[in-house]
Design a protein. Structure first.
Length: 320
């Protein structure tokens, strides 16, 4: 190799090294990246530790955005934000880059990083999912599909509480003007519970074994619901989930609870944790943080005890 070629090669190597070092300095100091550096006895351990540091770095930069959210549930801010960041883990993992900084025997150092632009795009994807849920919920509400309306409104609320711009997100709920997403979602869910009506139309009594069957008419804004899910109190716990269709529901109570019952207690399903596996982000949030609870989901319907006592003489009687 000629001296000229040798000098050229050395220059290229030096330039490449300088560019590499400059890039590393940029990642650490410009603020255009979120990064984590991890050490370990091998590459896998070092990378795992680096990803944990990356999560911590993201948490630190978005923590202040969740102060109001945690006040609602009295949650711990640090643990809440870390849990929220974990719900983005699959998206972050598909977008980060890595670099091995050191690779000695038993001592490996790895850098993982993601650009602020990529991180912002991940947050935008969640914002879009929130919007999609709201659209689905609104359509279901207009069709009196209360189970779907509550599920999608609630899932949108859960995810909005995981977005760094939770207080800034806005949506046009009623077609006339935009309003804050979280405020609007709380209102939509509460409004559904306010316009729901449960009425006992018929009661069947059985003597052997003792049992009461309450036949319900369920309406929303004065019209029969297309569907709705609920459970009811049976004396020592709640029943399994009951799916009512076309405004017709039922509640069955047995034994001593049936004889002593003065009111029927119903709890409308709205969280749908059993279906959250369909949306991994929702599932992770439900499993990781304290989620909102709506007291309005519980309904208490007075039972006409006098009519029931008058009907106890028969094996099977009806009360109206």
């Amino acid at each position: 190799m000629s001296i000229k070629n040798c000098l050229t090669l050395i220059g290229l190597v030096f330039f490449s090294f300088s560019l590499h070092a400059q890039s590393l300095d940029e990642i650490r100091n410009t603020g255009n990246y979120r990064y984590g550096i991890g050490n370990g006895q091998n590459y896998s351990m070092a990378k795992k530790n680096a990803l944990e540091r990356l999560s911590e770095s993201i948490s630190v930069h978005i923590q202040s955005e969740f102060e109001q959210v945690v006040k609602e549930t009295n949650d711990n801010l640090d643990s809440y934000v870390k849990s929220v960041v974990n719900t983005y883990s699959s998206a972050v993992i598909s977008n980060y880059e890595e670099r091995v900084l050191k690779e000695d025997q038993g001592n490996v150092e790895v850098l993982v990083y993601i650009t602020r632009e990529n991180l912002t795009e991940i947050f935008k994807q969640r914002e879009q999912l929130i919007s999609d849920f709201i659209i689905q919920a609104d359509r279901a509400e207009r069709e009196a599909r209360i189970s779907d309306a509550l599920r999608y409104y609630y899932w949108a609320l859960v995810l909005s509480r995981s977005h760094p711009d939770n207080s800034k997100l806005r949506h046009n709920f009623c077609g006339s003007f935009e309003e804050p997403v979280m405020m609007g979602l709380y209102d939509r869910i509460s409004r559904i519970f306010s316009f729901l009506n449960f009425e006992i139309k018929t009661v069947e009594n059985f003597e052997n074994p003792i049992q009461k069957r309450f036949y319900l008419e369920i309406s929303y804004k004065g019209k029969p619901v297309t569907d709705i899910d609920y459970i009811h109190w049976v004396g020592d716990g709640y029943s399994g989930q009951i799916s009512a269709k076309d405004g017709k529901g039922i509640a069955i109570v047995e034994g001593v609870a049936a004889k002593e019952m003065t009111e029927l207690r119903l709890l409308v399903e709205y969280q749908y944790a059993n279906k959250s596996h369909l949306e991994p982000e929702v599932k992770l949030m439900m499993e990781s943080v304290v989620i909102p609870y709506f007291e309005k989901a519980e309904y208490k319907i007075s039972v006409n005890t006098q009519k029931q006592l008058a009907a106890d003489g028969d094996n099977k009687t009806r009360g109206f």
